[in-house]
Design a protein around this ligand. Structure first.
Ligand code: FAD
Length: 432
């Protein structure tokens, strides 16, 4: 049998990579994590989901996160940008018990805690090291790693690709994408000091402010800083011909709800812009290679599913790799298909909820204070990340989707009047 330097090479030290690495190392597989950046490093995506807590408890990292002083999140507040309607989703009212709260995290610290946890479990971690190329060899892969000092080759029986959205190198498996059903969207974001917060438990809520053709997130990440981001379509952004920061500021100024929340606040860094973040690879595994987290796919930030999906796919992938490793074999085509289907089935629950958020009729059903047929507690469970559709959640979720469809023709709940609300492109500004 070929001798490899490592059993598992994990590419990327984000939540997907560090969760997968902890799990393979803990199962006795020699694991190397290669991360191109120095940690801690900035990342967007600060809001966790309560259903993901259990995955972090399984790896033993949860107490470290609880002791890190992150903000506690008990729910999410949704409001219209003109302030005309609002709704608070309180996780403790979910149909499933135990989803009461989670954390809002500064991702630089959160990701560093997770990566250190994998290191403490015995995984070797090399930061400031990029995987530059991969080649398949007997019963494994050879990878060329690049550091400031030059390149070095390592071999590993398994590759877990957790490299996020970067796609730094062309692996055949990574090219084909499922067709996207949503328009291309773009996010403009920053951290701010001085953003207003609610009192009491709701102070830790994610606040979502809905515009006719876009939305803002407002996520408290520590006592002073708040992550604020604006999501709109790439087409709407192009139409304004405005610089991202100008568009962001102008949209805040045009919205009574946002102006009030952001009054007196100041950004702490340059604005970031991310586009084209919605995609899913057609195949998520083959032979001795598995894609986890964003390397496999990501839909949309609205329901904060990214870190949860990263940890969930990492668990499934690590368990599959450990099983095959112990059986001294590569993944079977059936295992690869099942892994892809399993991850996508989970993600598709969020995908359906995301689609309903962007559809104005469905959004009216979502915003309704008392949705019909006691749908509320089931939708709350899914907003809390419970994408495992047990029967009590499943039937209510499908009734919710049906009510959303019916709402287009026969209003079952009061319609939201978007007329007169500001859009992102009211007055095109001159190009600079
Ligand atoms: C605008 C926006 C807002 C979001 N908001 C939320 C939110 O509120 N909540 C939430 O849960 N999710 C959110 N997400 C999604 C979330 O950010 C991601 O789903 C999550 O970070 C995925 O984790 P990951 O480990 O797969 O990838 P990442 O966190 O991106 O980590 C990948 C790592 O791989 C490293 N890497 C890449 N290429 C290489 C290479 N060749 N060699 C070595 N290392 C490499 C990178 O440096 C990086 O550290 C948001 C996403 C966007 C775009």
């Amino acid at each position: 049998m070929t001798i490899h330097d490592y059993d598992v090479l994990v590419i990327g030290g984000g939540p997907a990579g560090s969760n997968a690495a902890w799990r393979t190392q803990n199962a006795g597989l020699r694991t190397l994590v290669v991360e191109k950046e120095a940690f801690p490093r900035f990342r967007i995506g600060e809001s966790l989901l309560p259903h993901g807590n259990a995955l972090l408890r399984e790896t033993g990292v949860w107490p470290k996160l609880e002791n890190a002083g992150f903000i506690e999140k008990y729910g999410a507040s949704f409001l219209l940008s003109n302030g005309a309607a609002s709704k608070e989703v309180v996780f403790s009212q979910a149909i499933v018990p135990g989803l009461d709260k989670t954390l809002q995290v500064d991702r630089a610290r959160f990701d560093a805690i997770l990566l250190d946890h994998a290191r403490e479990a015995g995984a070797e971690v090399r930061t400031r090291t990029s995987v530059r190329s991969l080649s398949i060899e007997a019963e494994g892969h050879r990878a060329t790693l690049e550091t400031a000092d030059g390149t070095v080759d390592v071999s590993a029986r398994w590759i877990i690709d957790a490299s996020g959205r970067d796609h730094l190198f062309p692996v055949e498996l990574k090219r084909a994408l499922d067709p996207s059903e949503q328009p291309r969207r773009v996010a403009i974001y920053n951290h701010f000091r001085g953003v207003s917060r609610a009192l009491g438990k709701a102070a830790g809520n994610t606040v979502i402010v809905r515009l006719p053709d876009g939305w803002f997130w407002i996520i408290p990440i520590d006592a002073e800083r708040t992550s604020v981001g604006f999501v709109t379509t790439a087409a709407a952004m192009r139409a304004t011909r405005a610089e991202p920061a100008d568009l962001f500021n102008r949209t805040v100024a045009d919205s009574p709800a946002l102006s009030q929340l952001m009054a007196g606040s100041a950004p702490v860094m340059d604005f970031h812009v991310t586009g084209d973040y919605s995609y899913f690879r057609q195949r998520l595994a083959a032979g001795r290679l598995v894609l986890v987290g964003d390397a496999g796919g990501f839909f949309d930030p609205i329901f904060s599913s990214g870190v949860y999906m990263a940890a969930y796919s990492a668990k499934l992938a690590a368990e599959m790799v450990v099983r095959a490793h112990r059986g001294k074999r590569a993944l079977s085509p059936r295992e690869c298909r099942r892994y892809s289907a399993h991850v996508k089935a989970h993600a598709s629950v969020f995908k359906k909820l995301i689609a309903s958020f962007y559809d104005n009729d469905s959004f009216a059903v979502f915003m309704c204070a008392q949705p019909p047929f006691t749908l509320g507690p089931a939708i709350t469970a899914i907003v809390a990340g419970h994408a495992t559709l047990t029967w009590p959640i499943r039937w209510r979720f499908y009734v919710f989707l049906l009510v959303c469809r019916l709402q287009r023709r026969f209003p079952l709940v009061p319609r939201i009047d978007f007329a007169g609300m500001e859009t992102v492109a009211p007055q095109p500004v001159p190009a600079r």
